[in-house]
Ligand binder design. Structure first.
Ligand code: HEC
Ligand code: HEC
Length: 301
């Protein structure tokens, strides 16, 4: 709980205790009225009078009980800020106790995983079903629960890699994150230049435009694009620059999307997960991602 919430609850409880005590005191004390007929002197409609009787016993004791309960609650349960109450219960402590119980239960499993090499790990059914659960919880929001991705979020099942698929690269990608940056070219080459470049890029996947555009685009490609995508346009995994010759598209392969990629640039970030998951789970996920592209038998679900 936050400090503000703590303070609010304690204020309410203390306020209620004081209010109840005050009520008990006020109603418990005998009010001398001086009237011989034991009335308070309040009258309605002429002859309805209010008797000056003490509270019913059960009502009185209910109040005393609720005050005692509130005081007990204050002493036992978390109160102001860091004061943990004499039961020493806090949500945070309960959560970390749960977490360390789960950690302890999984420790032998992770020791076994650590003794396997990457290929063995990616074929181990227990490892892959645990990885599948972590993937669904942590990664599927971006990559889809089937890991097939969406525009801007790479398909992890197709064995076509922006950054590479060996153990060290995948661990780096998942643990530390990645950010591929494709610059915008509209202002450099103009709209015609973008159109020609798109025609050339699409021609590499067998879908060219007018031959004159393709030729112009090819020349411009060597000037502006080869540094990242390679002079053969097959990409560069050190930069995350995709292969532009395989008709596999991160952002979509329609003429319109390719023109958009070139004109405005593209940028998406893969967040690092090592802090969240720890190194053991990152390696487990790396093996899982590797297994998805058919490099190893599909995991038992
Ligand atoms: C916030 C969205 C997001 C989440 C969550 C996310 N990713 Fe990614 N991931 C991306 C994006 C975007 C890229 C592409 C980065 C780029 O274009 O440079 C990527 C790239 C990757 C790559 C590189 C693929 C290649 O072709 O080289 C792998 C592997 C990967 N993610 C695995 C994971 C795993 C495993 C998780 C869960 C722990 C995860 N991602 C969670 C957005 C996400
Ligand atoms: C500084 C390096 C760099 C340069 C220079 C560069 N690109 Fe890129 N390009 C990238 C990266 C990195 C990506 C992937 C972006 C991402 O992961 O979000 C990309 C993505 C693309 C895409 C989208 C591919 C897909 O699968 O959807 C196209 C098309 C493209 N570039 C064409 C070009 C063309 C044409 C040029 C030259 C005018 C060019 N690039 C110059 C780095 C570069």
């Amino acid at each position: 709980m936050t400090k503000g919430l703590d303070l609010l609850i304690v204020t309410l409880v203390v306020g209620n205790i004081l209010g109840a005590l005050w009520l008990l005191w006020i109603t418990g004390s005998v009010r001398p009225t001086g009237a011989a007929d034991n009335t308070t002197g309040h009258r309605w409609d002429g002859d309805l009078a209010e008797l000056n009787n003490p509270l019913p016993r059960w009502w009185f004791w209910l109040f005393v009980l609720s005050v005692a309960f509130a005081i007990g609650y204050l002493v036992l349960y978390p109160g102001l800020g860091s004061y943990p109450g004499s039961l020493h219960w806090t949500e945070r402590a309960e959560h970390s106790a749960d977490a360390s119980r789960a950690e302890a239960a999984q420790a032998p499993l992770f020791r076994r995983f650590a003794s396997m090499d990457f290929a063995q790990l990616s074929r181990d059914p227990a490892a892959m079903s645990m990885a599948h659960n972590i993937f669904v919880n942590t990664c599927s929001g971006c990559h889809g629960s089937d890991a097939r991705g969406a525009p801007g979020f790479p398909n992890l099942t197709d064995d076509d890699w922006l950054y590479g698929s060996d153990e060290a690269t995948l661990v780096q990608t998942i643990g530390q994150g990645r950010m591929g940056a494709m610059p915008a070219w509209k202002d450099v080459v103009g709209e015609d230049g973008v159109r020609q470049l798109a025609a050339f890029v699409l021609s590499l996947s067998g879908r060219g435009g007018a031959p004159a555009d393709v030729a112009e685009g090819a020349a411009k490609f060597q000037t502006y694009c080869a540094a990242c995508h390679g002079s053969d346009a097959k990409g560069n995994q050190a930069l995350g620059a995709p292969n532009l010759t395989d008709d596999t598209w991160l952002y979509g392969g329609s003429t319109e999307e390719v023109i958009k990629s070139i004109a405005n640039g593209r940028q998406e970030q893969m967040p690092g997960h090592e802090t969240l998951l720890g190194p053991d789970r990152v390696r487990l996920l790396a093996a899982y991602v590797r297994s998805l592209s058919g490099a190893a038998p599909a995991p038992a679900k």
